[in-house]
Design a protein around this ligand. Sequence first.
Ligand code: MF3
Ligand code: CO
Ligand code: CO
Length: 278
Amino acid sequence: MGSVSPRLSVPKHIVVPEYVGKAAPTTFTGSDIKSPEQIEKIRAAGKIAAGAIEMLRDEIRPGVSTDSLDKLAHDFVIDHGAYPSTLGYRGYPKSICSSVNEVICHGIPDDTVLENGDIVNIDITAYLDGFHGDLNHTVEVGEVSEEVHNLVERTRESLNRGLLAVSPGRAVNSIGLAIESYAKRFDYGVVRDFTGHGVGEAFHSGLIIPHYDSAPNYATVMEVGMVFTIEPMLTLGTYQWDMWSDGWTVITKDKSISAQFEHTLAVTETGYDILTLP
Ligand code: MF3
Ligand code: CO
Ligand code: CO
């Protein structure tokens, strides 16, 4: 565990989500089905988050600290008029999550320096005009082993398989079935306790999207206009996890390498519309 730098400031003109400075967000009581106007707001927020990831991709190389990536992303999101949603969310101290190697998710940027052969997941959510857009990508640092490269590419493909299962009238558990049946071919661990989620006015709406075959549970039927994330985490070993004493960093119990990809999408008549593109 590295050392975490002081909290970055946010200029006064940036509108801050309601949960900042509180222990937890207010329970969301609205709908996961959004109007076309609301969907465009999520897309605008998602575009900023995606732009930040695109920018960081060019900065990720051996020798760079995850804290420096956090600072670059923080400035990018603010320069585009948005708030970095993780900063102050349930007390989370940074503007991105940076999850290296065996870290499954929610790694806190610190003075840890990336090394050749590492993988790092960058998860960024932007809040703009009352709506959040949430995505993450795993990036290879320098040259990685074939085994790890395959994990990254197959995790990317598992998100694609999940997206292809999105269709109005279908239960959300068909998404996890598609992801898990693909991942099982390679004997990968499929993380169960961290899931996709409804997103919009709330960062996490309460709607849960599992990445494993959860039927007959999680049978919520997808409807046109429903907005949620899909964010599968696959590992080279177990799906079981431990948490560091920082209360955030989730690692594989067997220290096996883990990769993740995430998009926010809207359900359409014919399938899905990704809202987190640059
Ligand atoms: N962006 C993450 C997600 O995909 C949530 C991070 S919450 C934090 O749902 F507090 F850890 F930052
Ligand atoms: Co998410
Ligand atoms: Co995310």
